[in-house]
Design a binder for this molecule. Structure first.
Ligand code: AKG
Ligand code: FE2
Length: 368
């Protein structure tokens, strides 16, 4: 095969542009071609051996794939169903009611983002999704922070036109946060660390609920994308998808593996923070959303990351000889990544527009 015939996949990983050759036939490496399903019910057992059994499976999935489906979690169906109803009602509001809480009006980059506002990849129109995000804020009583700051601007923006939105989103938030904490303990066990190893670094974690609406894509090419190929800047992410398949995960051969919704499961994926502190042992795997279904798609990622103040260093069980301590400040890194993808936010004023890359051809240009 000549160089010019080599096909590549382009993406953003760890905030940097990357590419991967598409390997087929005899050139293909050993890699995953499906997403493992893990029964996580043992995590709720009082028997540590049962918890460790689940953690071992989680560890294998994180090392080999970076993604898994968690089945038999403890979040009631009714909570998830009610949340999707809420999500649909939010997106069905008149545009001006959504724009009232536009993310550009919020210093913490929370709130509503209309269609095509982010451009993870692609010289096309941008990401074909609208979103609303909320997250950790010690000032909001629903979050039961033991140490609210004496005074601080609210971090979240809530739509006035939909008063019951906030309590409904919080109902989801509280449930998923508890499950995420359980998973964090399982990740510790999976790394041969004490179960509560991460408790201190996640005492008031950076978390976010992002609700997403992907209209059906008119064009069926990768240049018309729901959400460009990326990795998450989290410890891990818990994605609840409704019924429409569109999420895809990139394997080592540059092949997109479908991660369709499976009833009563969460898609769990390792993010860049967990990859960083495990020296890359746990994979923060590239993924994207392409909604070719012809239907409206709704999904709800829940992002779980360390405390803002936490310093990220490689955990003792993953250290290698000669490693230099990374000492990354979690909060700073998180905000940099969040801002980089939203360069029109007022906090980026004066900074040059970032470069974007055509996901089909690899061509790079200054973003518009
Ligand atoms: O919509 C999805 O299924 C995934 C969304 C996602 O990857 C993200 O928001 O980081
Ligand atoms: Fe993601």
């Amino acid at each position: 095969m000549t160089v010019s015939e080599q096909e590549y996949v382009y993406y953003h990983a760890g905030g940097l542009r990357g590419s991967r050759p598409v390997l087929r036939g005899s050139a293909a490496k050993e890699t995953f071609d499906s997403i493992p399903i893990i029964d996580v019910s043992g995590l709720f057992s009082t028997d540590i051996e049962k918890r460790k059994d689940v953690a071992t499976k989680i560890g294998k999935a994180c090392r080999e794939v970076g993604f898994f489906y968690a089945e038999n979690h403890d979040i009631p169906d009714a909570v998830i169903e009610e949340t999707f109803k809420t999500v649909k009602k939010f997106f069905a509001m008149p545009q001006e009611d959504k724009m009232e809480v536009h993310l550009h009006k919020n210093a913490a980059l929370r709130g509503y983002e209309p269609l095509f506002e982010t451009k993870m990849e692609g010289i096309g129109r941008g990401d074909m999704k609208e979103a609303f995000s909320m997250g950790d804020d010690p000032c909001e009583p629903e979050q039961n922070s033991s140490t609210p700051p004496p005074s601080s601007a609210p971090q979240n923006s809530w739509p006035k036109a939909y008063p019951s939105f906030r309590p409904k989103v919080y109902d989801y938030y509280i449930h998923v946060l508890a499950f995420a904490r359980k998973l964090m303990q399982a990740f510790a066990l999976a790394l041969d660390l004490p179960e509560h190893y991460f408790d201190e670094a996640t005492s008031f974690p950076m978390v976010g609920v992002r609700i997403l609406h992907y209209p059906p894509q008119e064009r069926h090419e990768a240049t018309d994308i729901g959400l460009g190929a990326h990795t998450d800047y989290t410890f891990f992410t818990l994605v609840q998808q409704e019924s429409v398949a569109a999420l895809q995960v990139l394997n080592a051969n540059g092949i997109w593996i479908d991660a369709p919704p499976k009833p009563r499961t969460y898609v769990v994926n390792v993010g860049d923070f967990l990859s960083l502190i495990t020296n890359g042992t746990f994979k923060s795997t590239v993924h994207r959303v392409l909604n070719r279904s012809g239907e409206e798609r709704y999904s709800i990622p829940f992002f779980f990351s360390p405390n803002k103040e936490a310093t990220l260093d490689v955990v003792p069980t993953c250290k290698k000889e000669g490693d230099v301590e990374k000492g990354v400040n979690a909060g700073q890194y998180y905000m940099e990544r969040l801002r980089a993808a939203r360069w029109k936010h007022p906090s980026n004023e004066g900074k040059p527009a970032p470069e974007v890359q055509d996901i089909a051809t690899g061509e790079v240009r200054v973003g518009a």
